[in-house]
Design a protein around this ligand. Sequence first.
Ligand SMILES: Cc1ncc(C[n+]2csc(CCO)c2C)c(N)n1
Length: 214
Amino acid sequence: MSFSDELRRDNARDWDACVDHRFVREIFAGTLPPEVMRRYLTQDYQFIDRFVALLGMAIATADRFESRIRFAQFAAMITSDENTYFQRAFDTLGVPDAERRHPVLTAPTAGFQTLMKDAADSRDYGSCLAVLTVAEWLYLSWADRAGEKLPVDFVHAEWITLHNNDGFRSFVTWLRSELDRVGATADTAGRTNAAAFFRRAATLERSFFDHIYE
Ligand SMILES: Cc1ncc(C[n+]2csc(CCO)c2C)c(N)n1
């Protein structure tokens, strides 16, 4: 079994709880209440900044030029297309400027910020990769539902298509192969560190979905 499959299996409870989450069912059905989507997006927007910084550390610590190129291209995409989605969604949901920039942070959001900072501060490529892999692969896993129709509202539909398009799918495939490659050459301590970051990320993903309904 590959390292990435092993990590997912070890976190199957949190993983599966996310993929089958009420949020996922409601966003596909188009029945997600606007106030829930609003809470979700305002909190989610608060860690893009740290996420991009973590990508920067992955670029810096990668052991190959090809890997740096992959991350650099991905960073370009999320700082353009994804950022404009948030602004258009906030316009539609009537989120004022102050709430876009400085909402009161919830515990899972603060947890993600700390997780991304800790992974970057580790300066360990495998640990950076583990956090990035959960954030991307888990999102592809819930968004990629074969044969499912898209909801009408762009706020719902585009949040799905940002995470199930061909470019994203191939990036996730590459990320997993990269984590597998690095895991295969790491020593036991390196694999243990990456596994601990993977677990923290999976647990937070689940509490992030849960907490927007609380
Ligand atoms: C709680 C939470 N976890 C993961 C993601 C997914 N994600 C975070 S940054 C990024 C790159 C651009 O799409 C992706 C896919 C999210 N949005 N919110």
